[in-house]
Design a protein around this ligand. Sequence first.
Ligand code: NCD
Length: 338
Amino acid sequence: MPSVPHTFDTVPQVWPHRHLLDLERLTPGEIRLLLDAAAQLKEATAGCRRKLTILSGRTIVNLFFENSTRTRTSFSLAARRLGADVVEFSASGSSLSKGESFIDTAKNLEAMGIDVVVVRHSTPGTPHLLAQHLDVGVINAGDGAHEHPTQGLLDIFSIRERLGDISGATVGLVGDIAHSRTARSNVWGLLKLGAKVIVCGPPTLVSKRWEELGVEVSHNLDEIVPRCDVLNLLRIQFERQNTRPFPSVREYAHLYAMTGERLKRARKDLLSRAPGPINRGVEVSDDVADCPQSLILDQVTNGLAVRMATLWLTCGNRLPETDQTGPAQPGLPAEKTL
Ligand code: NCD
């Protein structure tokens, strides 16, 4: 795979995608290309601070139907760092409340001459549906419990920056695996780059069926901590749960929170990270969240780099045919398939 041109004037022909909908269908080479582009853009913008003009004249719309702090701000800033214009769409103040359909709303935005839609929605497959109806690029910023590809990429980017290589690293994903789109995107991306992945949490949140994807399933955090190079501490997604998966948050934290005590039994150079928002005292204690091995804030900076790369690859490529418009598992919310 050829490397990214330093001028960023042309998107490499080997990047065949118009959209970024999930990591499930990217090849290892495409993931590496995107990570390399992110590294070069981070450098070219002096750590994501300086502005470039490589997307000047382009317009990005943020279409968020779920709450967001990091992802929305990060896409906006990434677009601005590359010279693009950004429109922030707010569902509550729009004509959706007057009965306009989701697709009609998106088509009206498209008619205003936009280049890319960044969409977050609670229904899995929404970005895939949009990609079938729009002629502009679509980026998935989180679809229900299905995928969150740029979060998976920035997590992997942050590990690669510290370890140099993903291949052979053992990465533990701990917490609410069943409802986490971050977990799914991490699993696809990490496996494709040759990492060993362990998913860990209570049996009600981590089904044995994850083994079918090629990951190890564990219900015992104390047993896996000493074996991991990296731990990704995932939030309990209370907003996506229909029933209580454990008797109390206190009991959950006792068994699955990463604490200073558990850190003592980890490898000296264990990297801990979390996509945020973090719930201190539930999945992670203060001393772990704020320790030197914590990548939590590095990840936020790296989110800008990965989103700059995603926007550049998506805006710069105007292939006429759509290449990946169907949901990976059509019609089925991801939590029902695992
Ligand atoms: C994640 C998300 O929204 O899925 N957060 C994020 O994008 N920064 C994870 C989470 O909400 O726990």
